[in-house]
Design a protein around this ligand. Structure first.
Ligand code: NAP
Ligand code: GCO
Length: 263
């Protein structure tokens, strides 16, 4: 089982102040990795450091907007000084804006694409040279059901996550010869702050219609939780997946396989 060990490895998980990123960082730490993470808000960073500490994880947190190439370069340099070169990158930081496309400002569309697609390119580019030199590295991009499916109001997000699927495949294609694996994790519908608006009960206490919809579209008949991503993340970050490259591992309780519960 040593093939799943991350002892001696340095992992950077972007946007890991809470939610999916926090769970993935916790899993990589439990497998032995040293953890670095970033976010934009000092309050989120402080709270996250507290939470990591409570769980016995000495994570290093950085205030860094993943769309800022200079700031990302400095963060990666600081991590390299403090912990060593980044062995594992998880491009997790992301946002969504739920706006009908015909009502969406181009600036809003661009903001989503900048964070969800351009930033994974920026951060991957910052860690690749050292991975190439050491002829080893793992890059994991957090994709989505929207890497495969569309729905109303998420045109920017689906465009970005669809692009992230192909960025994953292209990094795999271009850098596999350096012993670098680039794969995606595609979470289904996961209970985090990002999806809270889709789950809040109605004023009369009944289930949010989208909540019932997701239950009916998921064979597991439940929302995912961030911990559901822990095992798949350790697998893709470890030597156990050294011949897995360009793959999007969907962790969706079966949503993509299922037509949906009969009425
Ligand atoms: P979340 O709860 O909204 O957390 C997002 C994290 O990213 C926060 O730590 C946020 O911290 C950080 N972040 C956002 N923009 C950033 C930026 N420009 N620079 C640095 N950090 C930034 O989201 P989540 O639900 O955990 O989702 C995490 C990832 O999984 C996202 O890529 C999302 O698209 C994807 N995903 C989510 C689901 C789901 O159902 N929840 C399913 C599939 C995929 P700050 O605001 O402090 O920066
Ligand atoms: C939405 C949700 C989804 C999830 C996730 C599904 O509004 O449809 O936010 O996009 O976040 O990406 O995999």
């Amino acid at each position: 089982m040593d093939m799943f060990s991350l002892k001696g490895r340095v992992a950077l998980v972007t946007g890991a102040a809470y939610g999916i990123g926090f769970a993935i960082a916790e899993a990589l730490a439990e497998a032995g990795a040293e953890i670095a993470f970033n976010c934009r808000s000092q309050a989120h960073l402080d709270a996250a450091l507290e939470e990591y500490k409570k769980r016995g994880i000495e994570a290093r947190g950085y205030i860094c907007d993943v769309t800022d190439e200079a700031a990302v370069g400095k963060m990666v340099a600081d991590i390299t000084c403090a912990l060593g070169p980044v062995d594992i990158l998880v491009n997790n930081a992301g946002i969504i804006k739920r706006i009908p496309m015909h009502e969406m400002e181009a600036s809003e569309f661009r903001e989503v694409v900048e964070i969800d697609l351009v930033a994974p390119y920026i951060v991957s580019k910052a860690v690749l040279p050292s991975m190439m030199e050491r002829r080893h590295g793992k890059i994991i991009n957090v994709c989505s059901m929207m890497s495969e499916l569309g729905r109303e109001t998420v045109s920017a997000y689906a465009s970005a996550k669809g692009g992230l699927k192909m960025l994953t495949r292209n990094i795999a294609s271009e850098y596999g010869k350096y012993g670098i694996c680039c794969n995606g994790i595609g979470p289904g519908y996961i209970a985090t702050p990002q999806t809270a608006p889709l789950r809040e009960p109605k004023p009369d206490g009944s289930r949010h219609p989208f909540d019932s919809f997701i239950i009916s579209k998921t064979p597991a008949e439940r929302w995912g939780v961030p911990d559901d991503l822990k095992g798949p993340a350790v697998f893709l970050a470890s030597d156990a997946s050294d011949f897995v490259n360009g793959h999007i591992l969907y962790v969706d309780g079966g949503i993509l396989a299922y037509i949906g519960k009969q009425p």
